[in-house]
Design a protein around this ligand. Structure first.
Ligand code: D41
Length: 675
């Protein structure tokens, strides 16, 4: 059957629109239409292509994951070598680089040289070849001369256009850039892999490189990959501007994603200011970087400068201090947390990494320890990124000494000797000692006094440990019976600090129901859940009396949390401790329970809100939904009816798509409540 011109035009128009919206979304980070509308366009095109086979073109936005698995990668000869970058590890080395550049260009000391400065992404370098605007090949950098043909995988990355937009692009254009896995996607991927007992990635760079080297493009398509372009390779049949920064701007106009942090700076001082500013924002960036790159902006000057052994003389990577270092595992101990969770912790030969000296690193759980095969005596990579807890990333097997010792999960708690238990399918092992276990008691007390709980200033971790050790603190209620005289007799405690502590204990007695519930340390009851429960029931007596069913009516409370809360208040000794605290004067304002507008227009519907909404805060959206009788939950599940998604929606959006949850935007929500 031949396809009418009208239908052909329709398909082409849909493709143009989808490409345009991809550009708005990925490159400009400024979508014009809600996701639901984008999905509608996509479905319309899919339907047309399903009806008329011959309409399907290889560069259609529907054709990202169509390719079958391959058995091996082909090789790609880079027409122009993909150069490497020299490194500067200090300000001095950077100044030296700048001095050499100035000298070679015969520029005088105070002449200002423009550099294009950009973050150095920690991913995998790739080459993308566009012919007449159509993506025809994707390749890895390889050794710079020969890479691997990864076209089928590159095509699955939504940030990479299958067809360029605009008109003035060269007939042949090779784009070079870095494919990377954003931090959030990396964390989510690893969390899922860990829970499923699968292999985790050691860092986002390996995650990106590993994902690109999948033989089955379907696997690559599942990985949250992104790309920023940073230069061009071979260009034929077209002119490019005379400055690096302008070329990158052009790429962006053609629909290629480039780093929004890039700047043109003046001289070495400009470079240093850029380095400082990016360094300060490093942790806040959504992707991992390991430094910044400076390139002499003028192509004419680049040509004058030339290369030394595969590295341009006109560019340099200025590295940040390493976030990974090698050290030795001297011992592995097991720590018992507030909820009894037993966590293996590596005691390390102290090492300077990520800006601090690290001597302990988490091994997460016993399965993880065994998967990484960490043994006492091993040399390991420790990683400390940003403010996260240092972790053991992997073992350097080549350096394993003869006497290395394996580690097993102990049968009994190292603190209280109670049995250690692991429920079926659980990765976490727990001490069964409950509050009999001094470690759990100590952690529970530290939690109780912490800033977001009862906020008792001056009662720090060390002091809690001391008071537990001498048997003076057994339950949180004991805190309110401490007196200044006994406190002043403790190590490092004078009468003044003892008096201050008593004053802050007294001050903490006036609290809120939300804080109090959170402070109790009920498993799975975090700050937000405690606040929801408090506002729903108004009074502690109502919470204590609530059935699991009642509890599940609280927004954000599912069957697991409801069971935990019920179990906590079913324990006589917990009620006794609470009664004692009230006796000693712990009070809060009680209120009437919230009337749930079950018959409201959204009655019985559960919502999850994610991302930044265009005009409302998430709290405002939540109030709106609740006022109309709907429930607002914190995570997407099969019970979710709608996901309200704003800009920068992340894993929740992906999950909602997977579970076929209706995805709506702020405007849709407003329509729903005003029906
Ligand atoms: O972000 C990066 N990883 C990055 C890598 C970047 N922003 N710019 C780069 N520029 C170059 C030259 C100067 C050679 C065009 C690079 C790389 N090269 C590079 N990536 C891997 C090896 C070299």
């Amino acid at each position: 059957m031949s396809v009418s011109i009208a239908i052909r035009k329709k398909a082409e128009s849909l493709r143009e629109q989808i490409r345009h919206h991809n550009y708005r979304y990925h490159v400009l980070d400024d979508p014009e239409i809600p996701d639901a509308e984008y999905d509608r366009l996509m479905r319309e095109l899919l339907a047309l292509e399903a009806e008329y086979d011959e309409l399907v073109t290889h560069d259609s936005p529907t054709q990202r994951v169509g390719d079958a698995p391959i058995s091996a990668f082909g090789t790609v000869q880079h027409e122009l070598p993909m150069l490497s970058l020299a490194n500067a590890f200090s300000e001095d080395e950077l100044r030296e680089f700048h001095r050499r550049v100035m000298e070679r260009l015969e520029l005088e000391g105070d002449a200002e040289l423009s550099y294009a400065a950009e973050p150095k992404l920690d991913g995998a370098a790739v080459s993308l070849l566009y012919e007449d605007g159509v993506l025809v090949r994707g390749a890895t950098r390889g050794d710079g001369s020969t890479g691997e043909d990864i076209t089928h995988n590159i095509r699955t990355i939504e940030a990479i256009p299958l067809k360029l937009i605009g008109k003035s692009y060269p007939a042949r254009l090779e784009v070079r850039g870095e494919v990377f896995m954003p931090k959030a996607g990396f964390e989510a991927y690893n969390a899922r892999a860990r829970a499923a007992g699968e292999k985790t990635f050691v860092n986002p760079r390996n995650a990106a490189a590993g994902s690109l080297r999948q033989l089955d493009p379907k696997l690559t398509a599942e990985r949250p990959l992104d790309m920023y372009a940073y230069s061009v390779g071979k260009v034929e049949g077209g002119q490019l501007p005379a400055r690096h920064s302008e070329i990158v701007d052009r790429l962006r106009d053609w629909g290629i994603k480039v780093c929004p942090e890039r700047r043109v700076v003046l001289g070495v001082e400009g470079c240093l200011a850029f380095y400082k500013s990016i360094g300060e924002r490093r942790n806040a960036l959504s992707y991992e970087i390991d430094g910044v790159v400076y390139k002499v902006d003028s192509l004419q000057m680049q040509r004058e400068l030339g290369f030394v052994s595969r590295a341009p003389r006109w560019a340099i990577a200025h590295k940040f201090p390493a976030q990974e270092e090698l050290t030795v595992v001297e011992d592995v101990e097991f720590q018992v947390g507030r909820t009894g969770a037993v966590t293996p912790v590596a005691r390390l030969t102290p090492v300077f990494v990520g800006g601090v000296t690290v001597s302990n690193a988490t091994l997460h759980n016993i399965d993880e320890l065994h998967r990484k095969d960490v043994r006492i005596g091993d040399t390991v990579i420790v990683r400390r990124a940003g403010d996260v807890i240092p972790e053991v990333v992997s073992v350097i097997l080549d350096r394993r000494p003869k006497g290395s010792r394996r580690v097993q999960l102990p049968k009994t708690c190292p603190v209280c000797n109670s049995h250690i238990e692991r429920e079926d399918g659980e990765t976490v092992a727990r001490c069964t000692g409950g509050l009999f276990c001094a470690a759990q008691r100590t952690e529970a007390l530290k939690h109780f006094v912490s800033r977001r709980a009862l906020d008792i200033e001056g009662l720090g971790a060390k002091l809690v440990e001391q008071l537990v050790a001498i048997g003076r603190l057994k339950t949180p209620a004991d805190i309110f019976q401490l007196n200044a005289t006994e406190l002043s007799e403790l190590d490092r405690m004078g009468t003044k600090s003892a008096d201050n502590l008593i004053a802050s204990i007294n001050k903490s007695k006036s609290t809120t129901l939300a804080r109090f519930l959170f402070a109790l340390g009920i498993r799975e009851v975090g700050e937000a859940t405690a606040a929801s429960v408090a506002s729903h029931f108004g009074r502690l007596a109502n919470v204590i009396a609530a059935t699991e069913e009642d509890l599940q009516r609280v927004p954000d409370v599912g069957p697991v949390v409801a069971a935990r809360v019920r179990a906590f208040f079913a324990e006589e000794h917990n009620l006794e401790v609470i009664a004692r605290m009230q006796e000693y004067g712990v009070v809060w304002q009680e209120s009437d329970p919230k009337v749930v507008a079950e018959d409201g227009i959204l009655g019985g519907k559960t919502f999850v809100i994610t991302g930044t909404l265009p005009t409302m805060t998430r709290d405002a959206a939540k109030d709106l939904i609740q006022a109309a009788g709907g429930k607002v939950a914190g995570s997407v599940s099969s019970k979710t009816d709608y996901l309200v998604a704003g800009e920068k929606a992340g894993s929740k959006l992906a999950k909602a798509e997977k579970l076929n949850v209706d995805i709506i935007d702020e405007a849709d929500l407003l329509k729903l409540v005003s029906r």
